[in-house]
Design a protein around this ligand. Structure first.
Ligand SMILES: [Zn+2]
Length: 305
């Protein structure tokens, strides 16, 4: 543990190369961690082999290095931590916080939120296909580091899978188990993940007294959500909307571009001067000194950079 007690993280999925949207999340969490004298960890969320792109993890790590987004400690690979998720599931089962669900995609067609068909038991003659976490009622409230106080009704989110029908671990469970195991204190990420926060808070509360998990921290991390980048059509930049990968040869310029989307102070041209020197590490270093947690709306950005 560092003197500041701050441990942040960036957790990409190896489903493609980093694009401007993921760069923005990485720069924001890196600057927030460094500004507060904290550590910044990288965790590869490689739990979805069908969606993985060969070579993407190594490409992402090389890109982070080229952009000067250097991390502390070893990279954590979720695919090597499967027994941890199994232990967490066993614990949730003991506490009756999860239940088997037999519903197929077709049976749930038309429902935006899981309607709770299997919450009180599987329908007669049906078998469990996946495992869902039981959300407790009562608003989930947190003090967001960037957006201020937020509150969400868990019933508007519904019970979500922790173990998928295809046998792979679901995102939410793995994230919480690993944040706990790594002692993450601050989660700075895109506002597209706002819906995940109440789910993760409830999972965290359910797991924090688990005795079979080797947990570095049982204190809930602080959450901060930065704006997401959109293309000219107002779609979130993502692999699905075919966002172009970032360009390591323009690392300094692209860092400056995301900082301006985050409405950050560019130090009276000081950052621009460092951009001209093509020194991404120096751009980031100064950006971290100037870093402020501020609420800005989603930003539109040219996706063909
Ligand atoms: Zn069901």
């Amino acid at each position: 543990m560092n003197a500041s007690g701050y441990i942040g993280r960036f957790a990409p999925s190896p489903t493609g190369q980093l694009h401007m949207g993921s760069l923005l999340a990485a720069v924001a969490s890196w600057c927030d961690a460094r500004h507060h004298g904290g550590e910044w960890r990288v965790r590869m969320e490689d739990l979805d082999p069908p969606r993985e792109v060969k070579g993407a993890s190594q490409d992402i790590l090389a890109t982070l290095e080229a952009f000067g987004l250097l991390w502390d400690g070893p990279v954590v690979w979720q695919s090597r931590r499967l027994t941890r998720y199994q232990d967490a599931l066993s614990d949730l089962r003991r506490r009756s916080r999860v239940y088997p669900c037999s519903c197929t995609r077709r049976e749930l067609a038309g429902h935006l939120v899981y309607p709770g068909h299997c919450r009180t038991g599987l329908p007669v003659g049906k078998e469990g296909r996946l495992v869902r976490f039981k959300m407790e009622s009562g608003d989930v409230t947190w003090q967001d580091l960037i957006l201020g106080q937020l509150s969400m009704d868990p019933l508007s989110l519904g019970d979500f899978p922790v173990l998928r029908a295809d046998g792979f671990w679901a995102y939410q469970l793995a994230v919480v188990v690993d944040d706990m195991a790594q002692g993450i204190t601050h989660v700075i990420r895109g506002a597209d993940l706002l819906d995940s926060t109440p789910r993760q808070i409830q999972l965290w509360n359910a797991l924090q007294s688990a005795s079979n998990l080797d947990l570095a921290s049982t204190a809930m991390p602080r959450f901060g959500h930065v704006p997401i980048l959109e293309n000219e059509r107002g779609q979130k930049l993502s692999k699905q909307t075919r966002a172009k990968p970032v360009n390591a040869e323009k690392a300094s310029e692209q860092i400056l571009q995301v900082l301006s989307c985050l409405n950050q102070d560019t130090g009276d041209g000081e950052l621009l001067a460092r951009v001209r020197e093509k020194a991404p590490v120096q751009v980031l270093k100064r950006a971290a000194e100037l870093w402020r947690r501020i609420d800005v709306p989603s930003q539109s950005i040219e996706s063909h950079g």
